[in-house]
Design a protein around this ligand. Structure first.
Ligand code: TPP
Ligand code: MG
Length: 577
């Protein structure tokens, strides 16, 4: 009887093309925006998109599409959706896929493929995108049977967004978009081999409670896992309950309020003195959702040498990968923290430790010597922070400006910071801002970019103008590949090999060519004026800030050194002179 009903339902279901299945699946997933670029292999999909009612953003390069999808995912917490054509369209998204993989961003990416019958024949615009992207996707599919398509899309959304998020690729041969099949999207996802552990093991939690009760110098290192799990509130609750100071990784910023007395700042290569010294001196290190990246740990030989290490991570492969870990806890960060705050146990006595840390904070804050005759990049970020009440979404590119933004924009709220951490992808900042603005239409979005990185994806200004997204593009223009120049100055005897670009284009004119308002500033006074003007306008504005080319980011842990060996730290009185 039941079987008959199922059979009847099957018969009632109309047959639709693969392209239409894709559209229907995206609607069922409540996808708000698709970032993409058409081409031969995806023409049937774009034809169905035409009157689908779905919102599609035509970026001006596929790299722009995937970074925009990453920005959207980072701010909304929802998967970013991308469509690219076969061959060059598909290979143009390789950098973005790697970026999303490294930074655990949920994406569902559709690539067109040549027709099934010619796969492997070096057909026009054929690229083995599955082979190319195997190591840089969380999972990938190629559709071989039209009847599989709905199930594949359903699984892709599930895999991208659960456990440790990541990019999932679906490669669709052209014939699969025109063939027809039955569309059944209501089925449950059944993946016996993929069952992420969400809840922590109780015995491991008890071990951590015990370790905390005996610790004299505990510290929490919180990474982006806290943000992915929406666990900021629980993190604050736990840190306050136990009186344990908190340090962030670059990607974790905003997970814990920057103005909280227990916050020590960012750790790592350009971290604060206090955060790095706390990691060096601590006796218990609780890593929550960070992956002990080498930019955070410095030389592992000197990393947290006296600490018992506990690591809470949803991805078991991260635990013990770089740092020997005594207390592994495989769990979603929120679930683990919820359980931790409800445990009974003697809290650590951290009074003496906190007093020491506060002394360091007072004595060695992030500091710079201001010079109002120029635009000081650190001052520029502070001004942006003040003018936006610390509430802007800040996207960055990669280099010195990225580090200044991380150091001087005090993130007090989660999901406001969009940067390429793991891969360090120049060209990320501008397109990511498009996705971020579409994810939060009312937010003030500031895209802080370098003069060099900006030129890698600046064609996306066209999208910003077309959609009238009120993004403020801030170019920290040091006429150089600043971070490369800094390393050459410090480690290559000032041999500035291909890092100086004294003849950058006129960025103001460039913006004007895109019909975007633009201003330039060369002094602090000019900077204040143009910033005020820009933030008063509800439209895109590009700002070109000329800063000195020889400005360096400090403090700095030189490559190969331990965190305690950072240079460029000056006692407060000295740096302010
Ligand atoms: C795609 C890419 N190519 C090269 C690099 C290496 N790299 C890191 S920072 C940097 C300089 C960036 O210059 P700019 O965008 O002007 O930023 P600045 O450091 O001057 O603030 C380079 C070349 C990179 N991170 N990404
Ligand atoms: Mg530069």
């Amino acid at each position: 009887m039941a079987n008959m009903k199922v059979e009847e339902k099957r018969k009632q279901r109309t047959r639709i093309s693969g392209a239409l299945m894709l559209i229907e699946a995206l609607k069922a997933e409540k996808v708000e925006v698709i970032f993409g670029y058409p081409g031969g292999a995806v023409l049937p999909i774009y034809d169905k998109l035409y009157d689908s009612g779905l919102f599609h953003v035509l970026t001006r390069h596929e790299q722009g599409a995937i970074h925009a999808a990453e920005g959207y995912a980072r701010i909304s917490g929802k998967p970013g959706v991308v469509i690219a054509t076969s061959g060059p369209g598909a290979t143009n998204i390789v950098t973005g896929l790697t970026d999303a993989m490294m930074d655990s961003l949920p994406l569902v990416v559709f690539t067109g493929q040549v027709a099934s019958s010619v796969i492997g024949s070096d057909a026009f615009q054929e690229a083995d995108i599955l082979g190319i992207t195997m190591p840089i996707t969380k999972h990938s599919y190629q559709v071989r049977d039209i009847q599989e398509l709905p199930k594949i899309i359903k699984e892709a959304f599930h895999i991208a967004t659960t456990g440790r998020p990541g990019p999932v690729l679906i490669d669709i041969p052209k014939d699969m978009t025109t063939l027809e099949g039955e569309f059944d999207y209501e089925q449950d996802v059944q993946l016996p081999g993929y069952q992420p552990t969400i809840h922590p093991n109780h015995l491991q939690i008890r071990k951590l409670v015990e370790a905390v009760s005996q610790a004299k110098k505990p510290v929490i290192l919180a990474g982006a896992g806290v943000l992915h799990a929406n666990a900021s509130k629980e993190l604050q609750q736990y840190a306050e309950q136990q009186n344990i100071p908190v340090i962030h990784t670059l990607l974790g910023l905003g997970g814990f309020p920057a103005d909280h007395p227990l916050f020590l700042g960012m750790a790592g290569m350009h971290g604060t003195y206090t955060a790095n010294m706390a990691l060096y001196e601590c006796d218990l290190l609780i890593n929550i959702g960070a992956r002990f990246d080498d930019r955070v740990t410095g030389n592992l030989k000197y990393f947290a040498p006296n600490a018992t290490v506990a690591h809470i991570d949803i991805d078991p492969a991260e635990i013990g990968k770089n740092v020997p870990t005594k207390i592994p806890i495989v769990s979603d960060a929120k679930e683990a923290l919820k359980e931790l705050v409800h445990q009974e146990g003697k809290p650590a006595d951290t009074a003496a430790w906190l007093a020491q840390l506060n002394e360091w904070k007072m004595k060695f804050p992030l500091a710079y010597q201001n010079d109002a005759q120029t635009v000081k990049p650190q001052k520029l970020i502070e001004m942006i922070y003040e003018l936006t009440n610390g509430e802007a979404i800040v996207t960055t590119d990669v280099g010195q400006h990225q580090m200044w933004a991380a150091q001087y924009y005090k993130f007090n709220k989660p999901h406001r910071w969009v940067t390429s951490g793991g891969l360090g992808t120049m060209g990320f900042g501008l397109p990511a801002a498009i996705g971020a603005q579409l994810a939060d239409k009312n937010a003030t979005v500031v895209s802080i970019v370098g003069d060099a990185g900006f030129q890698m994806t600046l064609q996306e200004l066209s999208v910003i103008q077309e959609l009238n997204l009120p993004i403020k593009v801030v170019i920290v223009n040091n006429q150089s590949l600043g971070m490369v120049r800094q390393w050459q100055q410090l480690f290559y005897e000032k041999r500035y090999s291909h890092s100086l670009i004294p003849n950058q284009p006129d960025f103001v004119k460039l913006a004007e060519a895109y019909n975007i308002k633009a201003f330039r500033a060369k002094t602090e006074e000019e900077a204040v004026n143009v910033l005020k003007q820009a933030f008063s306008l509800k439209e895109p504005v590009l700002l070109d800030f000329h800063v000195k080319a020889d400005e360096n980011v400090y403090p700095m842990v030189a490559p190969g050194k331990g965190l305690h060996e950072m240079v460029g730290v000056k006692p407060c009185e000295e740096s302010l002179q």
